[in-house]
Design a binder for this molecule. Structure first.
Ligand code: C2E
Ligand code: MG
Ligand code: MG
Ligand code: MG
Length: 293
């Protein structure tokens, strides 16, 4: 009986593995045609000043409108796209999309503030990345102060970390701001952090989620905020979902905030409505967003 049982377990394990591999294979096949079929879309999630709740900007977040599976989130398809090098062309196409959207909002009289764009490890392989980005920005009539680039802490630590840091420095010299994403998950040393050309540290959502119940997470968040202040960087807390988290982070002196409490990632049209509501809330005639100067 034991034999049969272990035999069955092995078989089930293999079937599961096989199904996962098939699904991944299908995902890659679908991905390769998704760009030409225009199935990718950007959603925009508000970023606010934690002290005043004034809008500061948005983070642009990728979505895949799959013809049969509906709206898919990045965690499902970005790892597969990365593994076959597809995040470079997708990133290029989406950056053009984001610039056009920001231009359109400005032309409608809205002020989206600064828009944060995630860069993937794939994109850093392209030495001409800063030039391409500048050309795209210019075509939309925007200045670098409009855009922030987010790079995960882990990407700056990887095998090609040095090259990544060089590219980030070039982007920063051109006037873009740089945010270190998912901070706290990559074990960057303080020495490493000090050498990074970074304006904003984004504390990973996992630390915010347990902050109210975990003294250790609270201590980490506190330390990161103090560190940011010492290094002259702004600190943003991501994944704020409730008032308790907001209040604690405010007490700790955190500058910027992003999370469902302030706004979910939204389609461009919904983001425009959000901007209008904020403008109304803050009073007609008052300048809603003071950035860029
Ligand atoms: P990220 O850059 O850390 O983005 C923040 C993620 O947290 C987003 O997930 C957002 O929807 C989610 N989030 C924001 N507030 C809350 C909250 O209050 N509660 C919870 N539970 N979640 C919240 P999303 O959109 O699924 O994106 C996941 C990751 O995929 C991103 O993490 C980023 O690493 C990557 N990604 C998204 N868009 C792009 C893109 O255009 N290019 C690249 N290279 N990566 C992207
Ligand atoms: Mg991000
Ligand atoms: Mg993040
Ligand atoms: Mg994250």
């Amino acid at each position: 009986a034991a034999k049969t049982e272990s035999g069955r377990r092995v078989r089930r394990f293999n079937v599961g593995m096989r199904r996962e591999a098939d699904e991944r294979h299908q995902c890659i096949l679908d991905l390769s045609s998704a760009l030409e079929h225009d199935e990718f879309e950007m959603f925009y999630q508000p970023i606010v000043d934690l002290a005043t709740l004034a809008p500061k900007g948005f983070e642009a977040l990728l979505r895949w409108r799959h013809p049969t599976r509906g709206l898919l989130l990045p965690d499902y398809f970005i790892p597969a796209a990365e593994s076959v090098g597809l995040m470079a062309p997708i990133g290029t196409a989406m950056f053009a999309r984001i610039c056009a959207q920001v231009r359109a909002w400005i032309d409608e009289g809205l002020d989206p503030g600064r828009v944060a764009v995630n860069l993937s490890a794939n994109q850093f392989r392209n030495r001409a990345l800063p030039d391409h980005i500048l050309a795209e920005l210019d075509a939309a009539g925007l200045t670098p102060a409009r855009i922030e680039f987010e790079v995960p802490e882990t990407v700056t630590l990887g095998r090609s970390g040095e090259a990544v840091v060089d590219t980030l420095s070039a982007l920063r010299r051109a006037g873009f701001s740089i945010a270190l994403d998912d901070f706290g998950t990559g074990h960057a040393s303080l020495t490493h952090l000090r050498r990074l050309p970074v304006d904003v540290i984004k504390i990973d959502r996992s630390f915010i989620a347990d902050m109210e119940h975990s003294a250790a997470d609270r201590a980490i968040v506190h330390a990161v905020i103090a560190l940011g202040r010492e290094l002259g960087m702004s600190v943003l807390a991501e994944g704020i979902e409730n008032e308790g988290q907001r209040a604690s982070l405010h007490l700790l002196g955190c500058h910027l905030a992003q999370g469902y409490l302030f706004g979910h990632p939204m389609q461009a049209a919904r983001a425009a409505e959000w901007m209008q509501r904020q403008a109304a809330r803050l009073g007609a005639g008052s300048k809603v967003i003071t950035f860029p100067a």
